[in-house]
Every structure is written in structure tokens, then in C-alpha cells.
Design a protein around this ligand. Structure first.
Ligand code: GLA
Length: 345
């Protein structure tokens, strides 16, 4: 195991951005950036032993700063959407940033993901990122202190340990927004990747991608990934949910008990033989098939076209602060939020 820190680049305002590389004894490695606590690279061998980077992202800071795709970033304080950017806690109404078309709050109004995080090496296979969100930033209550630890094991697991504390009751929903392409972007889109989701239901949305509140069984719908199938098999089905999002961009309800680590998803690229498993203790996972990728130059100058990456964003359900029937994302003052997501290759 080894971990190294080096200077990655400098922000336009002169602040330095660092990169950490953690490598395990199998030659699998990850790169992490202090800007957005970003998962910049995840390199693992294909079936012939040839290493490849399964993160569809960018080669340099300019690419990371220019994109609005949340590529590889840690998202907070509330991942995914909040309807009208508004919610009520204990009778008090909060208005948070409406950064999506001036209508919804998407991904916490870009706070956590665009911050420069502090980072320290905590072990020969682990780096801890920390960020302080002052009370009221992006409209969210509470001084919130967050740490995210990335740990790479010799079982080729990248563990992401999330922790948060607050001095006022607030809402917390943290995720990583990596775009995966198990065949690497050199080999095109992800529609042939075979995906299995341990999810019997999903949360349909309205045209703004806000959940209607319904928990809909996947049975008999294009959202049924209980038996592994290529992501592209049903993506073009005549289904209102798929049409309004240009593909999958939905929260799936993970089977089993939230709070316990369980398998959420398994993906496999038949050509390269690379696999990905996603484990989490959170209630949901957003399957997003890169529907809004629009040709930005990614790694190696390869254009990140529509469907050139898929995301499995582990999370509380979208708009939970306004949906009393969804599992609660409330963090009480003085309590500690902890959560674990594992990406295993
Ligand atoms: C999330 C959302 C998508 C899209 C991407 C970023 O996955 O659910 O609708 O906004 O982030 O492009």
C-alpha cells in the first residue's frame, strides 16, 4: 500500500489544489483531488491485466472547473433535488439556493462540490477530507463539519466514509457523483454495460425531476434491473419517466434495511471484463446514465458524449425534506451522521 500527495494545479485565485494517489498491492489505484474532494481516477485491470481508468472525467483542473456535471465530486449539503429550494424544519422555513433553472435546488446549490477541502493522509491506504460549512451557506441551517475518508483496500474496495456534525438541526445528504465507464471512454458509451440493481422499487418524478411521493414497484417496467441487463436494453422504451429525463435519472429504493451495509448495484462490462459493485448503508441510489453529457473534452481529449458514463449516487431519496413518508435525512444538533459507501472493482 502507498499514498502520495502532490500539487495538482493552482486555482485562478492562486489557491493550491492537491492530488492524492492511493495504490494497493494489486496495482489498483485511485486519485483524489482537494477541489470538491473529487474521485479523479480509479485505475484497475481488464481481464487481460491491462490497466484502465474507469472514471469518465477530466485530465486537468481547467476541465474540472469548467464542467457542470459534478464529475467525481462529493456533493452536499443535500445531494439531488429539493423542490422549489424550500423546506420546513420545526416550523421554520428555509430557502436554499435554486441553482437549477432558478426553480429547484440541485446538489446543495454547488457548495460542497466546488469547495477546496482540507486533506490529510491518515494511513498508508487512506486520506481524510474535511470541510466546514458555515451556518446559512447556500441557505442550509447549522455550522456543519463534514469529513469524508477514502480508504482503498487490498480487496479492491474503495470505501467512502462520510461523517457530519451540526450545531443546529439540519438536513444532510452526501454522495459521490463519479461517472463510471468500465470499458473506459476510449470504447464509447455505457449502454452495453450490464447492470443489476438490488431494488424492487423506485421513486418516479415529475417533469422537474422532483419525486411525486410514489414508491413504484419496478416489476413490469423498464426500471426492473433485478435481473442483470444491459443499461441500454430498455432505455429507449416508450415510458414517460424515461422520456422526461432522456434516460435513467432516478432514485431506486435499495432492498434491505437502511443503516446496514448491503449490495445496491453490480455492473459489468462484458468486453473488458471489468466489474463494479456498489455497497451502501443509505436508503437509495440514483441511477443516472449521463443523459446531459454533451461532448465536453474529457480524459485523453475524448469527448464525453451522452451516455459516456453512468453514476450510482448513493443517497437519501430526492426531496426528502418535503416528503414525510421518505426515510428521514434530518441531522439533529449534537448528533453525528455516519455513512459508508463502497465501490468494489
Ligand atoms: C444528478 C442529477 C441529474 C443531473 C446530474 C448532473 O445525477 O440527478 O439530473 O443533474 O446530477 O448533470
Amino acid at each position: 500500500m502507498s499514498v502520495y500527495k502532490s500539487l495538482y494545479d493552482t486555482m485562478p485565485d492562486g489557491r493550491e489544489v492537491f492530488v492524492f494517489k492511493i495504490e494497493n498491492n494489486n496495482g489498483v489505484y485511485v486519485e483524489l483531488l482537494t477541489r470538491g474532494a473529487t474521485l479523479n481516477a480509479f485505475v484497475c485491470p481488464d481481464r487481460d491485466g491491462t490497466p484502465g481508468d474507469i472514471i469518465a472525467g477530466f485530465d486537468n483542473l481547467a476541465g474540472h472547473l469548467a464542467t457542470t456535471t459534478y464529475s467525481g465530486q462529493i456533493i452536499g449539503q443535500y445531494a439531488n433535488r429539493i423542490c422549489d429550494g424550500r423546506f420546513t424544519l420545526d416550523g421554520r422555513e428555509y430557502q436554499v439556493t435554486k441553482n437549477e433553472n432558478g426553480v429547484t435546488c440541485l446538489h446543495g446549490g454547488d457548495e460542497y462540490n466546488s469547495a477546496l477541502w482540507k486533506a490529510i493522509i491518515i494511513d498508508d491506504n487512506a486520506v481524510e477530507f474535511s470541510y466546514h460549512s458555515p451556518d446559512g451557506t447556500a441557505g442550509f441551517p447549522g455550522n456543519v463539519d463534514v469529513t469524508v475518508q477514502y480508504v482503498l483496500t487490498d480487496h479492491n474496495e474503495l470505501e467512502i466514509h462520510y461523517k457530519a456534525v451540526t450545531d443546529q438541526d439540519t438536513v444532510v445528504n452526501l454522495t459521490n457523483h463519479a461517472y463510471f465507464n468500465l470499458g473506459t471512454t476510449k470504447n464509447g458509451d455505457i449502454l452495453g454495460t450490464v447492470l443489476q440493481l438490488n431494488c424492487d422499487a423506485f421513486t418516479p418524478t415529475d417533469a422537474r425531476s422532483i419525486p411525486t411521493g410514489e414508491i413504484r414497484p419496478v416489476d413490469g417496467t423498464p426500471f426492473d434491473f433485478r435481473v442483470a441487463k444491459p443499461i441500454g436494453r430498455d432505455i429507449g422504451a416508450d415510458d414517460e419517466q424515461l422520456r422526461q429525463c432522456g434516460g435513467y435519472d432516478h432514485n431506486f429504493c435499495i432492498n434491505g434495511k437502511a443503516g446496514t451495509l448491503r449490495l445496491a448495484a453490480k455492473a459489468q462490462d462484458e468486453q473488458s471484463g471489468r466489474k463494479l459493485e456498489v455497497w451502501t448503508d443509505l436508503p437509495g441510489v440514483q441511477l443516472y446514465t449521463g443523459n446531459f453529457l454533451n461532448g465536453e473534452a474529457g480524459k485523453g481529449g475524448i469527448a464525453l458524449e451522452k451516455h459516456f458514463g453512468f453514476c450510482l449516487e448513493t443517497q437519501y431519496y430526492p426531496d426528502t425534506p418535503n416528503q414525510p413518508s421518505f426515510p428521514s435525512c434530518r441531522l439533529k444538533a449534537g448528533e453525528t451522521f455516519r455513512s459508508l459507501t463502497v465501490f468494489k472493482v
